[in-house]
Design a protein around this ligand. Structure first.
Ligand code: ADP
Ligand code: MG
Length: 230
């Protein structure tokens, strides 16, 4: 369960205080699939970063599975994130000097898995990249790189997966493959999904669609009310 209570985020830019999120409160139950949509600049990435504990809100509290992360120190937050949260970025964010296998092994090694490489290999097989384990990111297509990023995010079987426009840099066919993969992993592992997206089809594949506008929750609806592209 993700509980967001009265979260406000302000930043100071050029001497001016800017409020990016205004008193946002949301509860996301375990295993739910949620899309966060809204215009560019509405605060979607900021909210996702706060849920991941990559940033701290100016005020308000965030709870992940019963732990108030807004009260944690850096090191405790890093440990909790490793065990609980997978994160997928729009632009893949793979480490260029590591192979696909090594990229996926990183979180497993950090978590102290003695069979990190073997487990990374299995996860890469599961995302259909068994023939690409020794390739470096630059030798992979965009879709393949994002599948490596999906494998890395799921490697430690986190209860929560956060993804910021995971199909934003992919063509629609490749994007659909990445969506199908995330949905399959959700089905198999019961992962709570929170996905930021501009993609109507992806939003409609979730259970719930939260729309942000100017840092506020504008609407919060079941996904079946979402328009789907043909
Ligand atoms: N580090 C920062 N300094 C100043 N303004 C920022 C910073 N990060 C984000 N913003 C502003 O906060 C608002 C929300 O940003 P963001 O969460 O990235 O929106 P979205 O992901 O919905 O496009 C935007 O207006 C953006 O310009
Ligand atoms: Mg964003």
């Amino acid at each position: 369960m993700i509980a967001i209570q009265h979260v406000t985020m302000q930043l100071v830019a050029a001497g001016q205080t800017v409020t990016i999120l205004h008193d946002v409160s949301l509860n996301i139950p375990e295993k739910q699939m949620v899309a966060i949509v809204g215009p560019s600049g509405s605060g979607k990435s900021t909210l996702l970063g706060l849920i991941a504990g990559l940033d701290r809100p100016t005020s308000g509290t965030i709870w992940l599975n019963g732990v108030e992360i807004t009260g944690l120190r850096e090191q405790a937050m890093a440990r909790l994130r490793l065990a609980n949260v997978g994160y997928i970025f729009q632009s893949f964010h793979l480490i260029p000097t590591l192979t696909a296998l090594e990229n996926v092994a990183v979180p497993l090694e950090l978590a102290g898995d003695p069979q990190a490489r073997q487990r990374a290999n299995e996860v890469l097989q599961a995302v259909g990249l068994g023939h690409r384990v020794s390739h470096y990111p630059v030798q992979l297509s965009g879709g393949e790189q994002q599948r490596v990023a999906v494998a890395r995010a799921f490697a430690c079987r986190p209860p929560i997966l956060l993804a910021d426009e995971p199909t934003g840099n992919l063509d629609s066919t490749t994007g659909q493959q990445v969506i199908d993969l995330i949905l399959a992993l959700h089905r198999d592992l019961g992962t709570t999904l929170v996905l930021v997206t501009h993609d109507h089809n992806l939003a409609a594949s979730m259970e719930r669609v939260i729309t942000l506008r100017d840092g506020r929750v504008e609407s919060d609806q079941p996904a079946y009310l979402q328009p789907r592209d043909a």
